[in-house]
Design a protein around this ligand. Structure first.
Ligand code: HEM
Length: 444
């Protein structure tokens, strides 16, 4: 096995975490700036993961030598009771889930869902928005995103009351383990704050999803929703094992689609407020393209600037901000030897902020995504949806959902965000905006 040309640089990370105790994401950002694309180790006491940010290295780990980097260890193990043994696992059980689920998310199938999604989003905006009344941004966006996805995926199999139980349960499930992200050296058996709340949340989620799964299996339903399709695909696995495999994929899919979308769409409003020139262009385009009509998929191709805006939003605030992997065998990346069994941290959040690949990286500028711009970029300088065999297959769905929700609101309202003026990320499995962000929607 090759030996390092030079010793690997190690950054003292625990000290950074202590300094940025209130916003731990900033400790990662500082480490990313110091590494500047170089492959480094982060010293967290006995635990010293490798930090991979350079696009060439991202390509190596996620694409070229992907089988060597598995989704195990930090982040994945604590979340295993939520995500189970399905699409968010690795190896054969992941491959089987991917074979079953991917055909659900072809552009053709997603397009066929789109008009229904537009109607649902329209109805939910009408139902939930009360002009002039301040509301919690994350809750308000979730109140639109969750029911939309649940109705698309589950058909009518889950009641409105049960959706209301699912939303806070998922919220707890993805935030309760955050502390383990910054203390990954803590053994799973060692109790930590949030563990109990996490277990309660899993019980609630299971209470809601198992009954419709059992019913769909008993009736062998023909429907085209995700539950029916999963039930048909798993017909050969009898009893509780079959139920559990369906549950794992369903819960993982639901989490993957609602948590990421809702998180991304929470950032829209403080960004619009912080960049008035960008906001003016978004508003002008929505007025010109949509006017007073109810928004439908036929407007989407003409909302060009809004699409650029969403891409830039995912550059600076990618919900899947940290993706850990475990190296199976020793490997050499960028001249650095990565030892077998060690943890490798990848982060679109950090890659998207590298000055070598992005001009004025911290500035929000949708023009970077003007049509034709990708040709000038490194293929792996921008990867909010991951890359390689595990690449997100919900991206097409999200790139329809996002303009439908944003333009659906902006065709009638303008946001006034009440906060301390900072775009501050909060530590969670996804890149959440600061807790307690509130806004008021006023007539446009
Ligand atoms: C803003 C929206 C979204 C973002 C930023 C996002 C991001 C990501 C990322 C970074 C990955 C790679 C995970 C890894 O490599 O370990 C991923 C995988 C995945 N995403 Fe998304 N996602 C989004 C929306 C969605 C939606 C709407 C769905 C559902 C329709 C979805 C379903 C999935 C699934 C099932 C995987 C796992 C794929 C696999 O491992 O084979 N995502 N997503």
């Amino acid at each position: 096995m090759a030996i390092d040309a030079a010793p690997t640089r190690t950054l003292p990370f625990l000290r950074k975490l202590t300094r940025h105790a209130r916003i731990p994401v900033n400790a990662f950002e500082e480490a990313g700036t110091q590494a500047d694309g170089e492959l480094v180790r982060l010293s967290m006491g006995p635990f010293r993961p490798y930090l991979v940010t350079h696009p060439d290295h991202v390509q190596h780990v996620l694409v070229r030598n992907q089988p060597n980097y598995v989704r195990e260890g930090m982040f994945w193990d604590p979340l295993a009771p939520l995500l189970g043994e399905g699409i968010f696992s690795d190896g054969e059980s992941w491959a089987e889930s991917r074979r079953i689920l991917q055909p659900l998310f072809t552009a053709k199938y997603v397009n066929s869902l789109a008009e229904r999604m537009a109607e649902l989003i329209h109805e939910l905006i009408e139902e939930t928005v009360v002009p002039g009344r301040p509301f919690d941004v994350a809750e308000g966006i979730s109140a639109i995103v969750h029911p939309t996805i649940v109705r698309l995926f589950f058909g009518a199999k889950i009641s409105a009351t049960d959706i209301q139980r699912l939303v806070p349960a998922y919220d707890v499930a993805v935030t309760a383990k955050a502390i383990r992200l910054v203390m990954p050296f803590m053994p799973a058996a060692f109790p930590m704050p949030g563990d109990q709340a996490f277990r309660r949340a899993i019980r609630t989620i299971d209470d809601v999803v198992y009954p419709p799964i059992r019913q769909a299996r008993a009736e062998d339903q023909e429907g085209d929703d995700v539950v029916s399709r999963l039930v048909r695909a798993r017909r050969d696995i009898a009893g509780q094992e079959g139920e559990r495999r369906i549950r794992d994929d369903l819960v993982a899919m639901h989490g993957a689609s609602t948590e990421t979308s809702a998180t991304a769409l929470t950032w829209v409003w403080p960004v619009l407020q912080a960049y008035p020139e960008v906001a003016a262009k978004v508003y002008e385009e929505v007025e010109r393209v949509v006017g007073d009509e109810p928004l439908s998929t036929r407007h989407l191709p003409d909302l060009v600037y809004l699409r650029m805006f969403v891409n830039e939003l995912l550059r600076l605030y990618p919900p899947g901000w940290i993706l850990p992997r475990r190296a199976v065998a020793t490997d050499v990346v960028g001249g650095v030897t990565i030892e077998a069994g060690s943890t490798v941290l990848l982060s679109p959040y950090l890659t998207h902020r590298l000055p070598r690949f992005w001009d004025r990286p911290l500035e929000f500028d949708p023009e970077r995504f003007a049509p034709g711009g990708e040709a000038k970029r490194h293929r792996y300088a921008y990867w909010p949806f991951g890359a390689g065999p595990h690449v997100c297959f919900g991206q097409h769905l999200f790139m329809m959902e996002a303009p439908l929700l944003i333009a659906g609101i902006l065709r009638k309202y303008r946001p006034i965000v009440h906060h301390n003026g900072q775009l501050t990320p909060r530590l969670a499995s996804s890149l959440r905006a600061a807790a307690g962000l509130t806004m008021t929607l006023v007539p446009a």
